[in-house]
Structures are given as structure tokens and as C-alpha cells.
Design a protein around this ligand. Structure first.
Ligand code: SAH
Ligand code: SF4
Ligand code: F3S
Length: 468
């Protein structure tokens, strides 16, 4: 695999990123008021919602689980595919009617859609009942916006070339056992189909000392697992002369002794040998790698701007599998990129057959306004794309099931994180390789890493019992 040319990333980051350490606002101004938050999109948005919740609770808000009970309704949106847009405006349309009985109800839209100019234009033209729109670069300002909210529609969207704001432990984390940690923001890859570089801005790495402090703090609070977050975690440090590389960061996080370390997402292009060796060396770095393929056709990969060929991807995949024992690998695949031929699609299937992934997120390509691919003329019918997705999913599910069957009868370590939704007598948790396991066990074991014997293997989950 070619090593990345760091110059490119650095040139986009000529203006120095500023680190701004802010003290989050604390007040009881909204004491007793209720907030409802709905989150769409990736883990980054999930974690942003934890920050938003923390900021709101600092100023007196309490969380409610139904929009009907709320004084403010927040939609943290995603822009990755078109259907997210329809879902958000469908939900907002229903919330608008709640204002008839509750005139003081505030509707707030934030997240990636807020960074899309055409969405803001649409809101100004057609959805003036929304009270506040803010973007991904000024989340920390949200309490100030609420304190000073003017009548009517307030738009607070900043340019997408943000700085790094450090607000300390302001997050209201969803779990007491596993935590998300941002290690970097933004993306400089500009894959031709993808909106993220426009909604999240350029790559900005947090300081490693701030990240390590956060890990230590979480460990002290009893967290068992941290997941390092970034659109391209392995581009960590590329935007700063002083910073260490992702492999070095991973090693330092491993040396804190926290039980489990995960990271998402790693781009195949800057997946170095050093990274593979560090993952193999430290038992607390989980042997689970999400390695998006997108397509198995070199022609499509080139059009997507993915910067690797099928051959290079397979070489990397095989190196990971041979160096990291028991590594589980999952992937993302897009079908129906403009003018993808049957031959291109067959190439994708051939990679899936070769890699036998543990799982895959599969998508039909969705044109995103402002991206280069959206301008490409596309002659392939939707029914053809749907058929490809269906065929792909059948193969993906076959391997997911086959991989799960290998666990039958084995004893594996599971971090138990919650009550099983379907069966009250069970807890659920994850293996080191990120397999979901439903476990019959005592409820007091929640938050523990336990040995579990696998008694049944299904396509998307395992069942097990705690081994004494
Ligand atoms: N940074 C990650 C991906 C984040 S988006 C990476 O590069 O791997 C998550 C997934 O959404 C992508 O991997 C891709 O498979 C899918 N995706 C992104 N843009 C899309 C689009 N326009 N249409 C369909 N799927 C898309
Ligand atoms: Fe999007 Fe590509 Fe960046 Fe991933 S690497 S976020 S797919 S532009
Ligand atoms: Fe969606 Fe934004 Fe994540 S577009 S996938 S929420 S970075």
C-alpha cells in the first residue's frame, strides 16, 4: 500500500487551527424545562448529541424520551444520503402541529444538514416555524443561543473551516461502560460521492495530551471501553507538524491500561504497517477493524477518488488477517455509483467472496448536491441498483452467518452493556470482535467483562451463557 502524501492534507490546513478551551456555561436558567433529542447518522453525531445533552443539563434542562413532553425538540441531522432529509422534514412537520397547543415549544435543527446551504435556503423559504438552526462547528455555543433566542427563525451556521473547541467533560454519555472519544474532526479525502468534507470541514486533530487525559479520566470513572472517533482516524496528526501519528496515539492509549480500545473509521489508504503491528501487539486494542471497500472495481474506485485499487485493498486485508489473529473485519459498500456496469458490480462481489467479511453496511448510491459525483450523468435504472443491493446483501449475510457459526461452543470475553430488548432475562454485550451476544446471566454483571460460552449462532447475533 502506498504511504500517504502528507503534503496534500497539510496544504489544505495552511491556516493554523486554533485550540480554544472553553468553560461551558452553568446556570439554572432553564431549571425544570425538558428537552427531547433525536439523532440521525454516524457515531460522530451520536457523540455530538451527548455533548448537546451535557450542555443542556448544565443549564437546568432534563431529558425526556418523548417529543410530546418536551419544551425544546432538537434534531441532530445527517446528510449522507437523501432519505435522511425526508425523514427529518417529515418529523419536523409533525412537531410543527404541537406548537398549536404549546406556543412556547422550540424546534431546533442542528448537525450535518445545517451545514448544507440548500437546506438552510429551504428552511428559510418553507420551514420558518423552526426556531433555531445551528451547525457542526459551534455546538458549544448552543446554550448561549438558547439564552438569547430571538423571535422567529434564528440561523447560527458557521463556516466549515472550524477550530478545535475543548470543553472538558461536558458530555452526558449514554453509557457508563463504553465511551466515544473524538480524536479528530472533519475529512480531507473528498471521495467524489461524499458530503462529509463539506459538512464537517477540514481535518483537525485534537491534541494527543487532551485525548489521553480524557481516556485516563474515563478509566478512573470505571469505563471499560473507549472508541476513538474520526471520519479517518488513521489520518490523525497529519494536519499538524507537532502531533504524533495514529499508530503512536493508539499505542499511548493502550498503555493507559484501559480494558478495551476501538476506533472508527480507518481509511484503507493510510492504514500503515505500524498500525497493524500496534494492534497486534496490545491485547487491549480490540481485533476488530472496519475497513470500507466502497467498490471492488478499479474503474469505479478511481471515479470515487478512493486512492486505492482492488489489489491494494486485498493486500492490506490479507496483511491485517495474517498479522492480527482472530481479527474481524467489516466494511461499507456502495452499489449503483453512476454508470456502474454489471462487470464493475461483479468485481465488488468477488472482493466480498474473497474477504468473507464479518459484516457490511451496504448502500445504494445517493447523489449529494455539491459533490462531484452528483454532476455525473447516470443511465442505470433504479431497479437494477436495487437488484444489485439485494444480491450483495445475500452474500454479505451468508458470510456474516458463517463467521458467527465459528463461535459456536467457544468461550469468548463479552463486555455486558445493557438489558436485552427482546428478553428481560438476558443482558447483551459485545465480544472483542464486536459480535453482539445475548447472555443469560445475573443482572449485577452489567458493566463487567465476562467469559461467555456461545450456545447459539444466528446471522446477526450470538446467544450465550456465562461460564463459571
Ligand atoms: N469516513 C468513512 C465513511 C463515513 S460515511 C469512510 O470513509 O469510510 C459512511 C458510509 O456511507 C460510507 O463508507 C459510504 O459507504 C456511505 N456513503 C457515503 N456517501 C454516500 C452516498 N452519497 N451514497 C450512498 N452511500 C454513501
Ligand atoms: Fe466521506 Fe471519503 Fe471522507 Fe469517508 S473518507 S468521510 S467517504 S470523503
Ligand atoms: Fe451523517 Fe454527518 Fe455522520 S453526514 S454520517 S452525521 S458526519
Amino acid at each position: 500500500m502506498n504511504l500517504p502524501d502528507m503534503k496534500e492534507a497539510k496544504s489544505r490546513n495552511k491556516e493554523k487551527v486554533e485550540f480554544i478551551y472553553t468553560n461551558p456555561l452553568k446556570s439554572d436558567a432553564f431549571s425544570g424545562k425538558k428537552y427531547f433529542i433525536k439523532t440521525y447518522g454516524c457515531q460522530m453525531n451520536v457523540h455530538d448529541s451527548e455533548e448537546i445533552s451535557g450542555l443542556l443539563e448544565n443549564i437546568g434542562f432534563e431529558r425526556v424520551e418523548s417529543e410530546l413532553d418536551a419544551d425544546i425538540i432538537i434534531l441532530n441531522t445527517c446528510a449522507i444520503r437523501e432519505n435522511a432529509h425526508d425523514k427529518v422534514f417529515g418529523f419536523l412537520g409533525r412537531c410543527k402541529h404541537l406548537k398549536k397547543d404549546k406556543p412556547d415549544l422550540k424546534l431546533i435543527l442542528c448537525g450535518c444538514m445545517a451545514q448544507e446551504k440548500h437546506v438552510v435556503d429551504e428552511i428559510m423559504a418553507k420551514h420558518k416555524y423552526i426556531d433555531l438552526v445551528f451547525g457542526t462547528h459551534n455546538i458549544h455555543e448552543f446554550p448561549n443561543y438558547l439564552m438569547n433566542l430571538g423571535d422567529g427563525l434564528n440561523i447560527e451556521v458557521k463556516s466549515n473551516e472550524g477550530n478545535v473547541y475543548e470543553t472538558g467533560e461536558t458530555f452526558k454519555r449514554d453509557s457508563k461502560y463504553t465511551a466515544w472519544i473524538n480524536i479528530m474532526y472533519g475529512c480531507d479525502k473528498f471521495c467524489t460521492y461524499c458530503i462529509v468534507p463539506y459538512t464537517r470541514g477540514k481535518e483537525r486533530s485534537r491534541k494527543s495530551k487532551d485525548i489521553l487525559k480524557e481516556v485516563e479520566c474515563l478509566k478512573e470513572k470505571g469505563y471499560k471501553e473507549v472508541t476513538l472517533l474520526g471520519q479517518n482516524v488513521n489520518a490523525y496528526g497529519c494536519d499538524s507538524e507537532e502531533e504524533i501519528s495514529f499508530a503512536e496515539l493508539l499505542e499511548k492509549v493502550a498503555q493507559t491500561g484501559i480494558d478495551r480500545i476501538r476506533f472508527v473509521t480507518s481509511h484503507p489508504w493510510n492504514f500503515t504497517d505500524e498500525m497493524i503491528n500496534i494492534i497486534a501487539k496490545y491485547p487491549n486494542i480490540m481485533p476488530y477493524i472496519h475497513l470500507p471497500l466502497q467498490s471492488g472495481s478499479d474503474r469505479i474506485l478511481r471515479l470515487m477518488g478512493r486512492r486505492y485499487t482492488k489489489e491494494e485493498y486485498l493486500q492490506l486485508f490479507n496483511k491485517i488477517k495474517s498479522t492480527i489473529p482472530n481479527a474481524a473485519v467489516t466494511t461499507d459498500i456502495i452499489v449503483g455509483f453512476p454508470n456502474e456496469t454489471d462487470e464493475d458490480f461483479e468485481e465488488t462481489l468477488s472482493v466480498v467472496e474473497e474477504c468473507k467479511y464479518d459484516g457490511a453496511f451496504t448502500f445504494i448510491y445517493s447523489p449529494r448536491e455539491g459533490t462531484p459525483a452528483a454532476k455525473m450523468d447516470d443511465k442505470i435504472a433504479l431497479s437494477v441498483k436495487e437488484d444489485r443491493l439485494h444480491r450483495l446483501n445475500e452474500i454479505v449475510n451468508k458470510y456474516s452467518n458463517l463467521n458467527n457459526q465459528k463461535y459456536l461452543g467457544k468461550t469468548v470475553k463479552v463486555l455486558l452493556v445493557g438489558n436485552s430488548e427482546k428478553d428481560d432475562s438476558k443482558l447483551y454485550g459485545y465480544t472483542e470482535t464486536m459480535k453482539l451476544v445475548n447472555v443469560i446471566c445475573d443482572k449485577s454483571l452489567i458493566g463487567e467483562i465476562v467469559d461467555v460460552k456461545i450456545t447459539e449462532a444466528k446471522s446477526f447475533s450470538l446467544d450465550g451463557i456465562v461460564e463459571k
